[in-house]
Write a protein that binds this ligand. Structure first.
Ligand code: NDP
Length: 502
């Protein structure tokens, strides 16, 4: 969390206000300077090749892991999240970094593609070239794991990066950038700019070759509008309202355990956190009871034994409270907690049931430790309700027999089957959403290609007997070609004639 002065960010622990660090607010001029330096460093970084870059990225990963305790303490202090949640975040950082470094060479190597009969005298190759400088704008809820996704993939693909951490988590951002410089001796390849929304907007307008943004849908729209001015490509990882479907044949105990963790870990401040649960009516009572029992046993507070820490930003408890009140005023029932659970900066678990689907808590991001459990008559109804939402980030399905079929029908970017959030821990799986959750992918092969310019090369290796791509072509040549094409396309010599065709 950050206490702000106009030209300084003062990073502070949301649990006790303790100052963690002070950072200058960068304006347009400083952002331009960083982008210029990153641009100057880009050719040498690209020339290193995949093996050279992998060596540097591996050195960075190993340094992060040698100093893992430091990063865990910093993330935990700056966001208030528990030590275990911060540890999980760093484990994911290491895994995704390793995957990007190890696989960029294979995924992005030039690839021959078939030319087709007409162009038989050519070879065709698809190459992936770095874009140049990538701007990464990160959120505060996972200040290391989330930005390292685009940072690692952009760097592995041969780009340099200018990274703007959230104003609430500048210290974690600064730590990542400093350790990269220390591990590689290349301070210009990954640089940080600090500030609030204005600094992010300046980065969008700075002439970088792509912006990878993670944050709310509203800010994502502003980012896209700013990028449109220079036709800067943009990748948007925005909010979510992830649903879990629990079918009648699910393993209820594991489903309840996963839903409680997926909805309440990191105090519910997870873009792919569970916010909605649709449970089959035949098993709803037993499932709901288990969820309530488990959630009631969790401890909320500042201590080291707490399962749920504070809300990381000052405005969030108010939003959570509004959503709870709105749900109850529309006839929803509180099975655990209620408005009294919100004692800023802490919110203890709240479980709601039978909430109308148009309530704020089911249509907007709540981003707090609040779960809504609504019962449905069938898996088909669960899918329909899950899909009737502007967001389309992640989802999960619990079922012994139908899970994969149900998963396929969900309009989201990622689904876990018989677990929650699992896709985020598998580096080869592309990560991203659809609809109001944004577009583009980080992680996996798609995550590497996002940060490249696809470059197609057609090379003529044989001078053809007839040349249609020349003013020297004759009518006879073109007529013969048309006849050939008709045969090749199965239209035959006597196929239907088009008006005006020869
Ligand atoms: P915000 O949208 O408030 O901010 C995201 C980033 O954008 C911050 O660095 C912010 O800076 C910056 N920013 C703000 N205004 C502008 C602007 N006009 N131009 C450019 N950049 C700007 O999101 P939060 O930080 O509150 O993060 C929480 C949100 O992120 C949730 O909606 C969550 O769902 C989403 N998220 C999505 C993920 C995904 O992968 N899909 C993963 C994690 C989170 P500053 O903080 O300094 O204002």
């Amino acid at each position: 969390m950050t206490v702000t002065a106009p030209d300084q960010l003062v990073s502070a622990d949301p649990r006790d206000g303790r100052t963690l660090g002070q950072y200058p607010v960068h304006g347009t001029a400083e952002v331009s300077e960083r982008v210029d330096a990153a641009r100057a460093a880009a050719p040498a970084w690209a020339r290193l090749g995949h093996a050279g870059r992998a060596r540097d990225l591996d050195a960075w990963r190993r340094l992060i892991l040698r100093r893992v305790g430091e990063l865990v303490r910093l993330i935990s202090a700056e966001t208030g999240k528990t030590r275990a949640d911060a540890q999980l975040e760093v484990i994911l950082v290491a895994d995704h970094l390793r995957w990007a470094a190890a696989h960029a060479g294979r995924v992005l190597r030039p690839r021959r593609v078939p030319t087709g009969m007409l162009m038989f005298h050519h070879t065709a190759t698809v190459e992936h070239h770095p874009l140049g400088v990538v701007g990464v704008i990160g959120p505060w809820n996972y200040p290391a794991f989330i930005p390292v996704g685009p940072v690692a993939h952009a760097l592995a693909a041969g780009n340099t990066v200018v990274f703007k951490p959230s104003e609430y988590t500048p210290a974690a951002g600064a730590w990542l950038v400093a350790t990269f410089a220390e591990a590689t001796g290349r301070p210009d390849v990954l640089q940080a700019v600090f500030g609030r929304g204005d600094t992010g907007a300046a980065l969008c307008r700075s002439g970088v070759d792509k912006i990878a943004f993670t944050g709310s849908t509203e800010t994502g729209k502003r980012v896209m509008a700013a990028c449109a001015e220079n036709l800067t490509p943009v990748l948007l990882e925005c909010g979510g309202k992830d649903a879990v479907i629990v079918d009648r044949d699910a393993d209820l105990d594991s489903a309840a355990d996963a839903v409680v963790w997926g909805g309440l870990a990191n105090a519910g401040q997870t873009c792919i956190g569970v916010e909605r649960v649709y449970v089959h009516q035949d098993v709803a009572d037993r499932f709901t009871e288990t969820v309530v029992d488990r959630a009631a046993a969790l401890r909320t507070g500042p201590g080291p034994d707490a399962h749920i820490g504070p809300m990381a930003t000052p405005g969030q408890p108010g939003i959570v409270l509004d959503h709870i009140r709105d749900a109850l005023s529309r006839g929803g029932r509180a099975l655990l907690g209620g408005p009294e659970s919100v004692r800023a900066p802490y919110v203890s678990p709240v479980i709601l049931a039978d909430v109308p689907e148009d309530a704020d808590v089911l249509t907007r991001e709540t981003f707090g430790p609040v779960l809504v459990i609504n019962r449905v008559r069938s898996a088909a109804e669960a899918v329909e309700r899950a899909n009737a939402c502007a967001y389309g980030l992640g989802a999960a399905v619990f079922s012994r027999t139908q899970a994969t079929a149900i998963a396929r029908r969900l309009r989201v970017g990622m689904v876990s089957v018989n677990s929650v959030l699992a896709f985020a821990g598998i580096p080869a799986l592309p990560f991203g959403g659809t609809g109001a959750s944004g577009f583009g992918r980080v992680h996996g092969p798609e995550g590497l290609r996002e940060f490249t310019r696809t470059h197609s090369v057609a090379r003529q290796w044989l001078r053809p007997p007839v040349q249609p791509l020349s003013f020297r072509r004759s009518d006879r040549t073109m007529d013969a070609l048309v006849r050939l094409v008709r045969v090749v396309h199965g239209a035959g010599r006597s196929g239907p004639r088009q008006p005006g065709s020869r």
